[in-house]
Design a protein around this ligand. Structure first.
Ligand code: GLY
Length: 357
């Protein structure tokens, strides 16, 4: 594995991340450093970094509860207040140690605190390693609408430590694989084949898959950092997926991001056939792999109207149309496809029927 330099001027350390973190921190002149994590990451992952024995600096800890239901402005006010209480100033650093909730919220908190201070991401889930920590999107949910608050603000470095994955439940790994498979589906047959080979028989290791996935995501965001064009391809599966997540958040139930996205990929594959003439053979392949290797959220008929209503409020829409990033074939995305409620409803019904057979 080799470290990856992004065109945004920061490095993604994969080769020897713990040693690189030490060297990187030693080389900086931060006035103060605080670490944002959740109860799990501060207990299980922080000791692994061994920061306290190697550095004389003091690190303040900011702990939040895990879970998407905490990715909101109320909890963020708590984070900002702690940053202020610990005396973080414009020359300070925030270290985000956690999954997508932590990297999204920590990035947002740092990018807005005192008009923006430095932060680094140390992702602890597969999903955050290959997706959330990369690309400069920070975010909070607003009234359960996903990432309706946010900024584009890049970290100063990312340190990927695959050993953290051994602390995760199998479902968390599957959740991350939804984004790995999405990267293959939108951009790269080889990556898709390698991901399936890992899931089938472990022949390809995460040491190969993670850098592949990181490079696919990075190459896309480097071309279009502010999501004016090709970055929208990364939203494949997410218009429906985010609606499913919001639906469950509104019910006070949490589902994994990857589970919602896996289901979103299935529904949006039906739409890809009807709207973009994706070949039926590609649909068949996607409908085989997703339920086989991931844990797609289940849908039922009663959810359809609510889901469409939630999609209407999706931040990716531009006019009154509900906009999708779909596929014309595997690895060929098509952007800005407006779909009617009837078309979306039809795709949802097809997916519901598919689950029943
Ligand atoms: N997660 C999609 C993006 O970063 O654009």
């Amino acid at each position: 594995m080799n470290d990856i330099r992004s065109s945004f001027g920061y490095d993604i350390f994969i080769e020897d991340p713990i040693a690189s973190l030490d060297t990187w921190l030693e080389a900086q002149q931060y006035s103060k450093v605080a670490i944002l994590g959740d109860t799990h990451t501060l207990e299980v992952c922080l000791p692994y970094l061994n920061l306290y024995s190697k550095h004389s600096s003091h690190y303040d800890l900011i702990e939040i509860d895990p879970g998407e239901d905490n990715k909101n402005i109320d909890i963020c006010i708590g984070v900002w207040s702690m940053m202020q209480e610990f005396g973080l100033d414009r020359k300070s650093l925030l270290i985000n140690l956690g999954g997508g909730v932590i990297t999204d919220m920590g990035g947002f908190a740092a990018s807005t605190y005192m008009r923006g201070i430095d932060f680094i991401n140390i992702p602890t889930t597969l999903l955050a390693m290959v997706d959330a920590s990369i690309g400069g999107k920070t975010g909070l949910d607003l009234q359960n609408y996903k990432n309706h608050l946010g900024t584009f603000h890049h970290p100063k470095a990312i340190f990927i430590i695959p050993e953290f994955l051994s602390t995760l439940h199998e479902l968390e790994i599957k959740s991350g694989f939804a984004e790995v498979i999405k990267h293959g589906l939108i951009a790269d047959h080889l990556h898709l084949r390698d991901a399936i080979s890992f899931l089938e028989n472990g022949e390809i290791g995460l040491d190969v898959l993670i850098p592949q996935s990181v490079k696919i995501k990075l190459a896309i965001v480097e071309k279009d950092p502010f999501e004016k064009d090709i970055r929208k391809a990364l939203n494949f599966g997410h218009t429906v997926g985010h609606a499913i997540e919001s639906y469950y958040l509104n019910k006070g139930k949490l589902i994994m991001h990857g589970s919602a996205i896996a289901c979103g990929i299935m529904v949006e594959s039906f739409l890809s056939v009807s709207k973009c003439k994706m070949p039926e053979t590609d649909l068949k392949y996607i409908l085989e792999i997703i339920p086989n290797y991931l844990e797609p959220a289940k849908l039922n008929e009663e959810m359809i109207l609510d889901l469409i209503e939630l999609m209407r409020k999706d931040k990716k829409n531009e006019s009154s149309e509900i906009k999708f990033s779909l596929l014309s074939t595997i690895a060929s995305p098509i952007l800005n496809i407006g779909c009617t409620e009837e078309e979306i409803s039809e795709a949802l019904v097809k997916c519901i029927h598919y689950f029943k057979i």
